[in-house]
Structure formats: C-alpha cells, structure tokens
Write a protein that binds this ligand. Structure first.
Ligand SMILES: NC(=O)c1ccc[n+]([C@@H]2O[C@H](COP(=O)([O-])OP(=O)(O)OC[C@H]3O[C@@H](n4cnc5c(N)ncnc54)[C@H](OP(=O)(O)O)[C@@H]3O)[C@@H](O)[C@H]2O)c1
Length: 338
C-alpha cells in the first residue's frame, strides 16, 4: 500500500475538481450499525491525506446528524474539500419506518437553509436531489435548485437515482454536474439508459454502494446472521438467506482476481467501476463508505489497480446472476421507473 495521493478529475463539464474516489459518510450516522466516532474522525483526516476530497452526506443520514458530525472537519479544511449533500428524504413523523420524498420548491428552500446551518458553511459545493418525487415536475425542482446557484447558496447541482429522461429534462434547465446512483459489480441497471445519457450530456457518475454495501469485500456473508439488529442491510433482499448464499458464491472470480493482483476483493470491485466507466467514456467518482482509516487507504489504493481484458470479461456476467433486487421497493430507484 502506498501513501501517494490519488489522481484528480473534474466532475461534469463545469463541475468541481475532486479526487477520483470520494468518501461516503452515511455509515457514520446511519444504516450500518454502531460507529466509533473517534475512528470515524480519523477516517476523514486519513482520506484527505490520500487526496480523497469529495465527502458525500445527506440531510437524511441520521436526520441531520451526519451533516453536524462533519461540520468541524469541514471547518478545519474548507478549502481542501468538496462538500456534497442532498435533500428530498425524511422519515414520516407518525411512522419512523416510512420514508417521505419531497421535491417542491418551499421544501427545497427550507432544506438547503437547514443543511447550510448544520454543515456550518455558507455554500454547498454539490447539492443533490436525493430521490424523485414524481408529483413535482422535474423542471420545477431543478428550477429552484438553479435559483440556489444564482443566490450563491449552492455551487453545482446533482441528481440521485433519476431516469435518463429525468436527467435530460433537468439538464435542459440547468447543467447537472453529477448523477449519483448505485453502480457496482452487482448493480448495473443504470448502464442501460442512465449511463449513455450522462455520457452524452457530459455529466459525471458518482456510484454509490460501489462495494455492494460491504458484501463485495466479504466483510459479511449473511446480513440477518452477521449484522446487528439496527443494520439496514438485514432488510435488503440480496444480503440474507438463500439469496446471500447464492450471491456469496458469485464472489469466487472476484477473490481469484484479487489474489492475482495481491489485492482485496473490495479493491477489485472499485477498480472494475473505474475501468467500466472508462469504456463508456464517462467521468466517474465512486464514493465507497467506510469508518476505518485503514480501509479508506485500501480503497484509495484501488485507483491504481488495472484489470486485464480477460479479468474484465470474467467479471462481466456477475450482475446478471445476482439473486434479489437492490431495494425492497424498486420504484425508489431509476430502474424501477424506466
Ligand atoms: N444516493 C443514495 O441514495 C445513496 C444510497 C446509499 C449510499 N449512498 C452514499 O454512498 C456511500 C457509499 O455507499 P454505502 O456505504 O451504502 O456502501 P459501500 O460503499 O458499497 O459499502 C460500505 C460498507 O463496506 C464496508 N467497507 C468499506 N470499505 C471496506 C473495505 N476496504 N473492506 C471491508 N469492508 C469495507 C463499510 O464498513 P465500515 O464503515 O465499517 O468500514 C460499510 O459497511 C454512502 O456512504 C452514502 O454517502 C447514497
């Protein structure tokens, strides 16, 4: 493992320059079980040393807690980091298991002010619509986001889990720097329509869950058996029971290729995305999530691995064989609406 800084890239035609890999911060405050906050803080610092400059959060993660947790780090390093956050999702006040999606202008205005306050900054570098509220025309949502750019509250715009048509309609209103969607060896549905649209428009892709929420690293084999009670992955169709057993068997070629490179399976999963995107002529900045300084270094080092054509061909069939959807409700994703 080397301490060399990772390369940089521009996110979208007019977007910010960031490291070629970012850091997903969600797990620090939500979804993946208890966090050692001291270790999480060290992870942020270690990431920055390695040139990982794009930090991904959302107002939804821990209902504001994730943004608050990151604020002191951002204050200490404001000029070195690219801060990405999101609006649209919240928990239903009467049912804490039910998500609400809102894209209407008054909601966006209230959400951006709350995020700026929690993050302790006067401008957000990259502001994403986290999920699509199909009752609000996308032009209206992006029109309001564009107003935030003009008002100096936001620098660049992003969209998460949009369809290709939604991306095109949004981009016609205001340039979109990045689309964030799940993309990994196990989740390739966006390659059919979203990826070509992003490439044609000069929009970057920010793949989330590039490690298959940890499953591709081999860190757990069955979520219901191996993970703690509050862990969101226990409710995801592909990570427990028969599906998990079938999907774990698919990791054999990933492990074999990792061994050939003296690398880990997670590094091969990350290297695969960088190379897959290059084939499509896309700019890509995956945001693996971790709360471990050692893992952030391991993940960053994956940007220096090059897979052979034969290895890429061996990995090609995996996604089509995965058992179980990537969410319980697929209308929560672009593929579910296409
Ligand atoms: N736009 C959206 O709707 C959306 C949805 C989901 C996620 N996201 C964003 O994308 C980011 C990344 O996605 P994700 O966190 O869901 O999934 P991920 O990056 O695929 O995987 C994260 C999991 O892998 C583990 N991990 C990370 N590096 C590892 C390594 N080298 N070896 C072994 N295990 C490793 C982490 O554990 P430790 O933390 O314990 O290291 C964590 O449990 C999130 O943090 C969030 O910012 C966005």
């Amino acid at each position: 493992m080397t301490d060399a800084r990772i390369a940089t890239v521009r996110l979208g035609a007019q977007g910010p320059v960031t490291g070629v890999q970012g850091l997903g911060c969600m797990g620090i405050s939500a979804a993946y079980g208890p966090t050692d906050t001291g270790r999480a803080r060290s992870t942020l610092e270690r990431a920055l040393e390695l040139g990982v400059t794009l930090y991904d959060t959302a107002d939804f993660y821990g209902s504001g807690e994730n943004e608050r947790f990151l604020a002191p780090f951002f204050e200490a390093h404001r000029d070195e980091v690219v801060i990405a956050t999101k609006f649209a999702l919240s928990w239903h006040p009467d049912d804490p298991t039910k998500r609400i999606i809102r894209n209407d202008p008054p909601y966006i205005r209230q959400a951006v002010e709350a995020s700026l306050r929690r993050l302790g900054v006067d401008v957000i570098d990259l502001y994403y619509m986290h999920r699509r509220d199909v009752d609000v025309p996308i032009e209206e949502t992006v029109g309001t986001m564009a107003d935030l750019v003009r008002e100096g509250k936001v620098k660049h715009l992003g969209l998460s889990e949009v369809t290709a048509d939604e991306l095109r309609a949004a981009h016609a209103v205001h340039p979109v720097a990045a689309v964030q969607s799940e993309w990994s060896l196990f989740s390739r549905d966006i390659e059919a329509r979203v990826v070509p649209a992003a490439r044609d428009l000069g929009v970057a892709l920010v793949p989330y869950s590039p490690l298959g929420r940890g499953f591709l690293t081999g860190a757990f084999a069955d979520a219901a058996r191996d993970l703690t009670a509050g862990d969101f992955r226990r409710h995801m169709p592909r990570y427990s029971g028969d599906n998990a057993a079938a999907n774990a068997a698919l990791l054999a070629p990933v492990r074999a290729i990792a061994e050939a490179h003296g690398a880990t399976p997670g590094q091969i999963a990350l290297a695969w995305i960088q190379q897959r995107a290059a084939v499509d002529g896309l700019t890509v900045v995956p945001i693996p999530g971790t709360r471990s300084p050692d893992r952030v270094a391991e993940n960053a080092a994956a940007t220096r691995i090059t897979l052979t054509d034969a290895e890429l061909a061996r990995l090609e069939p995996l996604a089509a064989e995965v058992a179980g959807d990537r969410y319980t409700d697929m209308t929560f994703t672009s593929a579910g609406r296409e």
